[in-house]
Design a protein around this ligand. Structure first.
Ligand SMILES: [Zn+2]
Length: 53
């Protein structure tokens, strides 16, 4: 198991380099998986952003 060596870009909202990935649903067929999983900003709580796609 190897972690992906990929640094997320700064927050599109506030520009803080504090993005973290949140996985709210692990079932790919659900709407929550597509809508809620993604990158969130720990500074301004913006998100989710679908980055790197
Ligand atoms: Zn932000």
């Amino acid at each position: 198991m190897k972690l992906v060596d990929w640094t997320p870009p700064p927050c599109p909202e506030c520009g803080a380099d504090a993005m973290f990935h949140k996985l709210l649903s692990q079932i790919p067929s659900t709407k929550a998986f597509r809508m809620l999983n993604g990158w969130y900003c720990s500074e301004c709580q913006a998100g989710p952003f679908q980055l790197g796609r």
